[in-house]
Ligand binder design. Structure first.
Ligand code: ZN
Length: 447
């Protein structure tokens, strides 16, 4: 009798624990605690005090306009750099925006960038970004009050807070903290930087673009401070026709590199944040809106947009006013700082693990030379000293998220017995000895 009970328990527990138990990393827990809602609140209030951060506004006034705003952002980043041992390289990334629909004459603009160089991979970077420019109701109004507390003071303050906290730590990959100019004039700063990085041979492994991450009260009355949206493109906009044909032929429409980044954010951020959910939206961006992640997608880099769950349109791109009892305008009083801090934490968790993980496996292939009952995957062996091995990720073709991970050790080929490649999507991810997992890569058919 006793034996039987034990046996049943054994079978039950074995199936329960067949998936590897993944622990929270104590350094990440420490980082989460250091990220402060108060510090984000102070940053947002400071940004609003510049009256407007419109990209065509005054650049010489010491207290008002986009020039004063970017000099303050740069000085803040420089201060964080000094406090953390001088490794943060801070600079203006200047460019001339040509005449366009929202640029009446050629205008000098500047992104603000702080770079934390990686210990191993200097030319391979992860980017966390937001736009620091703002606007009022009229896209060309460069003098009116445009507080931009949420759009995108929230994202800007999150990036500043991430630079403040993360610059105290070391990472294998380079992290760039980027504040874009010219977003509201047509994604000008991000388009400039994405092309510049591409042209200079720097590999951008992932972009977390934070745009409006502080509002929890929807214009329709729905209130939710426990969820955030991550938008990612399906078919990669940068790929040529023959690649798109292959993608549709083998059913990888739901597996762009940006979508792997989105899945990673959900899996890893939710591991640490209690009562906070990452909702993936399988769409490049919201209807009628654009964002600074898209120019990176256009250059072939994985990039996602992170945005609040519930928007309030009377608080975006509106002149500050009261009309029929409704308060319009993007004011600090409408920002939920605790919520914004949680989204900042989600960014920190993801950046920590990605920037310390091995390089995503290179040259991933799935063997399709003959009809067979097994599935064989191949890839190049990573060179990192602390490589532990690889996870094979598996899901049904109809499932949005990875359903199984099988750790297969330090090998560069693996055969899954009696698993038909026709019926599943497969991915491969490298893992180091500390449990840092790389982004998942999708094997392409090899004859
Ligand atoms: Zn925005």
């Amino acid at each position: 009798m006793k034996v039987k009970v034990f046996l049943i328990f054994f079978i039950f527990s074995a199936s329960l624990f067949s998936q590897p138990v993944i622990k929270r990393n104590p350094t990440v827990v420490e980082i989460i605690q250091r990220i402060s809602a108060d510090s984000i609140k102070r940053n947002i209030e400071r940004l609003v005090n510049f009256h407007t951060r419109h990209s065509l506004s005054d650049t010489t006034n010491p207290n008002r306009g986009i020039g004063a705003a970017r000099r303050w952002i740069k000085s803040e980043l420089e201060r964080y750099g000094k406090e953390s041992g001088g490794r943060l390289k801070v600079e203006f990334d200047e460019f001339i925006a040509p005449i366009g629909p929202r640029v009446p004459k050629p205008t000098k603009m500047a992104n603000v960038i702080a770079t934390l160089p990686g210990k191993i991979y200097k030319d391979k970077v992860y980017i966390v970004s937001a736009h620091y420019d703002s606007r009022s109701g009229d896209a060309l109004d460069s003098t009116g009050f445009a507080p931009g507390a949420n759009d995108d003071g929230s994202g800007t303050s999150a990036v500043l807070e991430l630079a403040r906290v993360l610059s105290r730590y070391e990472f294998d990959f380079t992290i760039m903290f980027v504040l874009f100019a010219g977003e509201e004039q047509g994604l000008l700063g991000s388009r400039h930087l994405a092309k510049k990085l591409k042209d200079s041979g720097i590999t951008v492994l992932g972009v977390l673009n934070n745009d409006i991450i502080g509002n929890t009260e929807g214009g329709n009355g729905v209130v939710d401070n426990t969820r955030v949206r991550v938008f990612s493109e399906g078919l990669p906009i940068s790929r040529d026709e023959s690649m798109l044909r292959l993608i549709t032929q083998v059913g990888l429409e739901n597996d762009s590199p940006s979508r792997q980044l989105a899945r990673y954010i959900k899996e890893v951020a939710e591991r640490y944040l209690d009562n906070f959910k990452v909702e993936l939206v399988f769409r490049r961006d919201r209807f009628l809106r654009g964002g600074d992640h898209t120019p990176f997608n256009e250059q072939g880099f994985p990039a996602v947009r992170i945005s609040e769950m519930n928007e309030n349109y009377s608080r975006q791109h509106q002149n500050v006013r009261v009309e029929k009892g409704i308060k319009y305008g993007d004011l600090p009083e409408f920002v939920d700082y605790g919520y914004c801090a949680n989204i900042t934490r989600a960014n920190a968790i993801v950046l920590y693990h990605l920037a310390n993980a091995p390089l995503p496996p290179q040259n991933p292939k799935i063997k399709v030379s003959e009809l067979e009952y097994d599935t064989t995957l191949k890839w190049d062996l990573n060179s990192e000293d602390d490589l532990m091995g690889y996870n094979i990720c598996i899901r049904e073709t109809t499932s949005p998220l990875w359903e199984r991970k099988i750790f297969v050790g330090k090998v560069n080929e693996f055969t899954l017995k009696n698993i038909s490649k026709d019926n599943f999507i497969f991915g491969i991810q490298a893992v180091d000895l500390d449990g840092n997992e790389s982004l998942v890569v999708i094997p392409l058919p090899e004859r």
